[in-house]
Design a protein around this ligand. Structure first.
Ligand SMILES: C[S@@+](CC[C@H](N)C(=O)[O-])C[C@H]1O[C@@H](n2cnc3c(N)ncnc32)[C@H](O)[C@@H]1O
Length: 210
C-alpha cells in the first residue's frame, strides 16, 4: 500500500457510492461555508447497511453537522423508524434541518440542539433503556468515553455502536497521541461488545452489543 494507492482507493470508493441527493448536501454545505469534515460516501453507505442490519427502529447520532451521515442512517431505518441527532452549533443544526426537509427525511429525523453531554441525560430518560438500535459517535473526540457511558445503556441487545476518528483526529494519529486510545481499549475489552475497527478514513470503530 502506497499513499498514492490509498488516495486512489478513496476516490474510487467515493465514485462507486456517489449519490446525487446526498452529494447535494455536501455541495450546499461547502457553499454555505460549513466545515468539510463529514464522513465519506463509503462510510455513509456502511452506516446505512449497519442500520439495515438492525431492526432500524431508533438511531442516535452525536454530531449532525450538515446532515450527511444522518441522511445515510435515516435511509436504513425501517418504515416508521426515527433518527435523533444531536448538534451543538445552531448554524449546523439549522442547515441540517433544512437538508432533512429538502430530502423528505424530516418526518423521521429530529435534530436535538445542545452539547451532547448536556442533552443526553434528559434524552436517555425520554428514550428509555435498550431502545436504540444504532448509535453513531461523531462529536467531540475527547468526550467519547462519556458518550459511551451514557449511550451504552440505551443500546438494545444486538444494537450497533459506531465511532468515527478512532485512529486520528484533525491534529494527528493515534501513535502521535491523538485519536481515542482509551475509548478504543475500553470498548475492545468490554465483554458486552463484539468490536472491530476498520481503517476507513481515520478509523471507524464498530461494536455490536451482545
Ligand atoms: C465531524 S462533525 C459531524 C459530521 C457528521 N456526522 C457527518 O459525517 O455528516 C462534528 C459535529 O459535532 C458538532 N459538535 C461539536 N461539539 C459538540 C457537542 N459537544 N455536542 C454535539 N455536537 C457537537 C460540531 O458542531 C459538528 O457539526
Amino acid at each position: 500500500m502506497t499513499p498514492e494507492r490509498w488516495a486512489f482507493l478513496g476516490r474510487y470508493a467515493k465514485e462507486l457510492f456517489e449519490d446525487d441527493e446526498l452529494d447535494g448536501i455536501t455541495e450546499r454545505a461547502r457553499a454555505a461555508g460549513l466545515p468539510q469534515i463529514a464522513v465519506s460516501a463509503d462510510v455513509g453507505r456502511l452506516l446505512q447497511i449497519l442500520t439495515l442490519l438492525t431492526p432500524g427502529r431508533l438511531a442516535l447520532e452525536l454530531g449532525t453537522l450538515a446532515g450527511y451521515s444522518g441522511s445515510w442512517i435515516a435511509r436504513g431505518l425501517m418504515p416508521g423508524g426515527r433518527l435523533i441527532t444531536i448538534e451543538y452549533d445552531p448554524r449546523h443544526a439549522d442547515f441540517a434541518e433544512g437538508e432533512f426537509a429538502r430530502n423528505g427525511l424530516d418526518d423521521r429525523v429530529e435534530v436535538v440542539r445542545g452539547a451532547a453531554l448536556d442533552v443526553l441525560p434528559d434524552l436517555a430518560q425520554r428514550l428509555g433503556p435498550e431502545s436504540v438500535d444504532l448509535v453513531f459517535l461523531d462529536a467531540v473526540k475527547t468526550e467519547y468515553i462519556a458518550y459511551l457511558e451514557l449511550s451504552k445503556p440505551l443500546l438494545a441487545h444486538g444494537g450497533v455502536l459506531v465511532a468515527d476518528n478512532v485512529y486520528a483526529t484533525g491534529q494527528g494519529w493515534i501513535d502521535e497521541g491523538y485519536g481515542t486510545d482509551e475509548f478504543n481499549r475500553r470498548v475492545a475489552a468490554d465483554p458486552d461488545f463484539d468490536t472491530t475497527i476498520t481503517p476507513m478514513r481515520e478509523g471507524l470503530l464498530i461494536a455490536r452489543k451482545r
